[in-house]
Design a protein around this ligand. Structure first.
Ligand code: TA6
Length: 282
């Protein structure tokens, strides 16, 4: 227990690198709520009205989404965005190396998960900070006796100075599903701008670059081929009780996800997906 700190009244783990890079992870949901690169400032958005309570998803940071995304399945009877984000994870290990700090949190099936999803599993989230980089690695292992499909996402809320000043590169030519319009299209902008509400799933995304004034954030992923862009815009934001009225201006979710093609794990099989964020000096 000595490894734990308090973050907004919740037990949490803080990892730090010798160069001062830091991240804070709540045990509930293995939810990264803060990432400060070395000699820099907070890069994640965390709503000042976020609710910290059992069973409640925290608004901001990096919710871990498993085993379904939204209500899109593969098992639609589950809570929206699955259950990993509201379960209490365990701290498995924490250490500081010569150039990085890292921690691994685990979640295994338990009475509550088996009551809604009758499968044996282990999840591990490894969070590593070093200099200007944050690496998030989600490991999924089927410990049960039957195969099961799952969807997953690292639902990253990036802090931005003002949404209307943000540009995102790397999407041009990608096919996307627009959840607001209910249609599909090909992205034709080399630099996507944002004017308010957006909710899209881009397939086969590669490396992305977020520009926010002089700040540049590189966003990479592995094995999580979908990129979700989400911002509630002013009207939806006003309906979210855990967001301030102007919260939408200061965040953009750029999520690394596996949604459109769920992965199936046979008994004993495992899978790893990653998202990496790199603050680039101009
Ligand atoms: O990832 C986008 C999304 O699925 C949106 O549709 C939006 O509602 C958001 O996630 C937040 O979902 P939540 O359940 O955390 O309110």
């Amino acid at each position: 227990m000595s490894e734990l700190i308090d973050s907004n009244g919740q037990p949490a783990v803080q990892v730090s690198a010798p160069d001062g890079a830091q991240a804070t992870i709540l045990l509930q949901g293995a939810h990264v709520v803060s990432w400060v690169p070395a000699a820099s400032t907070e890069q994640l958005y965390l709503s000042p009205k976020a609710v910290y309570a059992p069973g409640q998803a925290v608004r901001g940071g990096v919710p871990v989404i498993f085993p379904q995304f939204e209500q899109r399945g593969p098992d639609r009877s589950l809570p929206r965005h699955g259950f990993a984000r509201t379960q209490t994870w365990q701290l498995e290990s924490k250490r500081q190396g010569s150039d990085h700090g890292q921690a691994t949190l685990t979640l295994t099936d338990n009475e509550a998960t088996r009551a809604i999803w009758p499968h044996g599993f282990t999840l591990e989230l490894t969070v590593a900070v070093s200099g200007a980089q944050l690496d998030l690695e989600l490991f999924v292992h089927n410990t049960g006796t039957t195969a099961w499909p799952f969807a997953a996402a690292l639902h990253t809320y990036l802090a931005v100075s003002d949404l209307e000043k943000v540009r995102l590169q790397g999407l041009q030519g990608l096919h996307y599903q627009d959840s607001l319009r209910g249609d599909e299209a090909i992205e034709d902008h080399a630099e996507r701008r944002f004017y308010g509400e957006i909710d899209r799933i881009y397939g086969q995304a590669g490396n992305l670059l977020l520009r926010d004034g002089s700040r540049q954030l590189g966003i990479g992923s592995a094995n999580l081929p979908d990129a979700v862009l989400w911002n509630p815009g002013p009207d939806k934001c006003a309906t979210l009780r855990d967001m301030p009225a102007d919260g939408w201006r200061h965040m953009l979710c750029v999520e690394a996800a596996r949604i459109t093609q769920p992965k199936t794990l046979a008994p004993g099989e495992d899978w790893v997906g990653r998202q990496s964020l790199l603050l680039q000096t101009p």
